[in-house]
Design a protein around this ligand. Structure first.
Ligand code: NAG
Ligand code: NAG
Ligand code: NAG
Ligand code: NAG
Length: 503
């Protein structure tokens, strides 16, 4: 089935053992038009969007019986993986015959602090393969996790297209003594009530609120998240149970370890851990920066951090570690910012600002909400400027087109920045596997990750591949990776900023 050399990679087979109904439907993503209004794209951007959507198209998954019967869905407890060559994977019951489960695979050696992400291939018939690069000598254990069964992804697909407002927002409008609060979102259901169109004029990022009865649209003061609506059909919540069918290890039938014979060609992953330290593949040598080396590296630089709370972690890390970097009190809200820290002696300025809506937060003043593209447009840039951004986690309930368009506008700003100031360093942090729930899916994060990687390929920008850095690590997945992983990410960031001399 694979043209592989046993020295280069390990292939395992994952056998699903569940009963299913032999019912299939064709799921055309455009059949259920959502009430999201998409701005018209230029022909070039429209072609790109089509190609991106095709590239992340998820296999068709079987129609769910209503009400749902859990026993007819992918069941990790009765699934196994087998390291090939070798026989095994004896099945109990009838094996599943379709693909679409989201599996994550990792090869690791805890003693050596080593780990690397595997690439999972879906054969669309209930079996999967994962391919690993073997990058250290010694033992390696294969670990396979079912992030979501295919049936859960069917539900997520439906919700993101038909219920993109299941995380709700509201805005306060106020003028003089009159105030009113109305519902807002990226995608707002059409009703009798007129809407305010708060779409950003420069970037075209959509945002709408129902118009307050007695106030003008311009009277909008703030925004906040209101609620999360499930909107699940009977029993569908059973597809999202931690430890049952969401982020569950799959057993090995037979040995799960292999012995690596030699250090092989470095292809595939963006890096791997060895002794807990991230080793990048593909050109960059990751240096280890202690406190004085960080200050030395950032001396004379301005670091602009833009994005969600996973970028805020970088600000917090530097702010906590560098004794000479002092946070300047901007009287900002905790979590949201903006934040600013200064090392006056070394002339270092580090800034963080949250990305524009949607952000699931407590009340945030409208005047603080800035789109990343507009912020980048405001930068002069140059060799003393580092721009770091990361945007993904707050897009999880929307059709992926919303995310693609956001990245298209950011990319336009990045290209223009690099044109006017070619020495500017631009670093992008991808999304990562996380703690899952009814709204937090690795499926959506993975789509965002793939889209982002493709869209910035070929530009003079650098990636912090958080997807693989979290997947390859032994610590539990969390939207906010724990300090050992952040430390590695900061070392990657600083290695782009201050590459090894003579290397
Ligand atoms: C699934 O497809 C793969 C690749 O085509 C094939 O090697 C394998 O035998 C198939 N498995 C089953 C259970 O049909
Ligand atoms: C909202 O405003 C933008 C910018 O002016 C415009 O392009 C878009 O068509 C408007 N959308 C709706 C639904 O009115
Ligand atoms: C709008 O103004 C009218 C007349 O002053 C008042 O009766 C009504 O309650 C107001 N509506 C809201 C939503 O504040
Ligand atoms: C920090 O690292 C540099 C090498 O990068 C080393 O020369 C220096 O001694 C280290 N400082 C401390 C305090 O460990």
């Amino acid at each position: 089935m694979f043209n592989f050399s046993p020295f280069h990679c390990i292939v395992f087979k994952c056998v699903q053992c569940v009963y299913i109904f032999a019912l299939f439907i064709s799921t055309d993503p455009d059949v259920h038009r959502s009430f999201c209004t998409f701005q018209p794209l230029s022909p070039k951007d429209a072609v790109e969007e089509r190609l991106l959507l095709d590239s992340i198209a998820w296999p068709e998954t079987p129609l769910l019986p209503a009400p749902l019967i859990l026993e007819q869905t992918s069941d990790p407890a009765h699934s196994t993986f087998t390291i090939l060559p070798g026989r095994g994977g004896r099945t109990v019951g009838r094996p599943k015959k379709s693909g679409g489960d989201l599996l994550l695979a990792r090869l690791h050696n805890q003693k050596l602090g080593a780990g690397v992400a595997g690439e999972v291939v879906d054969h669309l018939n209930g079996s999967y393969s994962a391919v690993f690069s073997l990058l250290w000598e010694g033992d390696a254990q294969v670990e396979v996790t079912l992030a979501h069964p295919s049936e859960a992804i069917t539900v997520l697909k439906r919700l993101n297209s038909q219920e993109p407002d299941r995380i709700g927002f509201k805005s306060l409008f106020r003028s003089g003594s009159i105030s009113e609060t109305t519902i807002c979102n990226v995608c707002l259901r059409p009703t009798q009530q007129p809407q305010c169109n708060h779409t950003d004029l420069r970037t075209g990022e959509p945002w709408f609120c129902y118009k307050p009865k007695n106030l003008s649209c311009d009277a909008r003061i703030n925004q906040a998240m209101t609620h999360y609506k499930g909107n699940l059909r009977t029993n569908e919540e059973k597809l999202f149970q931690s430890g049952v069918n969401m982020k569950v290890y799959i057993r090995a039938s037979g040995p799960a370890s292999v012995t690596v014979e030699s250090n092989i060609v470095k292809v595939g992953p963006s890096g791997y851990y060895y002794q807990g330290v991230w080793q990048a593949l593909g050109g960059t040598t990751v240096r280890q920066f202690n406190v004085s080396a960080i200050s030395q590296c950032l001396k004379g630089k301005v670091v602009h951090m833009h994005g969600d709370s996973t970028i805020r972690q970088f600000f917090e890390f530097l702010n906590a570690r560098l004794p000479d970097l002092k946070e300047f009190d901007l009287h900002s809200q905790s979590q949201i910012g903006p934040f600013m820290a200064l090392d006056y002696a070394n002339n270092i300025l580090v800034k963080f600002r949250f990305h524009g809506p949607p952000i699931q937060s407590v009340h945030v003043s409208n005047s603080k909400l800035r789109y990343i593209a507009n912020e980048i447009d405001g930068l002069i840039g140059g060799t003393d400027t580092v721009v770091v951004f990361g945007i993904w986690a707050h897009f999880r309930t929307y059709p992926v087109q919303i995310y693609i368009r956001r990245l298209q506008s950011i990319r336009r700003a990045v290209v223009q920045l690099l044109d006017r100031a070619p020495g500017t360093l631009v670093v992008i942090r991808t999304g990562n596997p996380r703690d899952l729930s009814l709204i937090n899916s690795d499926w959506h994060s993975l789509q965002c990750y793939k889209v982002l990687r493709t869209m910035f390929k070929g530009l003079n920008v650098h990636l912090i591949n958080a997807w693989e850095m979290v997947l390859a690590h032994h610590l539990p997945h969390n939207v906010h990776p724990p300090p050992p992983i952040i430390k590695n990410m900061i070392n990657v960031l600083l290695s782009y900023t201050c590459p090894q001399k003579g290397g």
